[in-house]
Design a protein around this ligand. Sequence first.
Ligand SMILES: [Zn+2]
Length: 247
Amino acid sequence: MGVPVCVDNDVNVLDLGELRAGIAKGHRNVILVKVGTGIGSGIICDGRLHRGAQGSAGDVGHIQVVGDENVICRCGKTGCLEAVAGGGALGWAGDALAREKVSARLAEQLASRGRIEAADVARAASQGDPHSLELMMRSGRMVGQMLSGLVNFFNPSLVVIGGGVANAGDAYLAAIRGVIYERSMPLATRELAVSLGALGDLAGVHGAAAMVLDELFVPDHFARWFDTRSPATLLASGVMASHSAVA
Ligand SMILES: [Zn+2]
């Protein structure tokens, strides 16, 4: 690119955005889970993004959940959360309900558009279709099952739910909350909040900007830029942030 480029994955940048400018402001230990086609999480530990030894921290979509151990995931393993509760799984399940004419609303959607995606299931659920609602609640309970383990392990003060599937409405959030509060230890949930993100699609932009500022102005990072070029050159040339979702 000819200029310094900062790259990170979408959930890390979303989490950083909510931490600096959104619902997680003032918190120091936060887990953000993005439920879209895939499922992933960003972890803020003691006020800083935790990436792990190899940068793979938070890859929660491939944690095995109880209930559908035989479903094969795109990673090659079976029973992964993402394979049974992610947007892809919801789309497939909704498509089956439509083709079998179990859900009249989804069958109508299939007839007009030719396919069913997770967003269709989420919309039908928010409009009162009981079959779609059951699919969404099941997904929410499985995400909650995974999160209850994380809450016991990590003791965050806030869990943020984001991503396209999370736009399904309060029932989805309630399903996740219900399992976390039921399955996590009382001390870990005494002050725990479970909320939707505040910034929506802008969280990634805020997070990418925060990431660049961190890279520039945190002293040990700043020294890295100094090694290769003067600050004046750096600022004159501009600094670019990029990640898979924002870019
Ligand atoms: Zn997997």
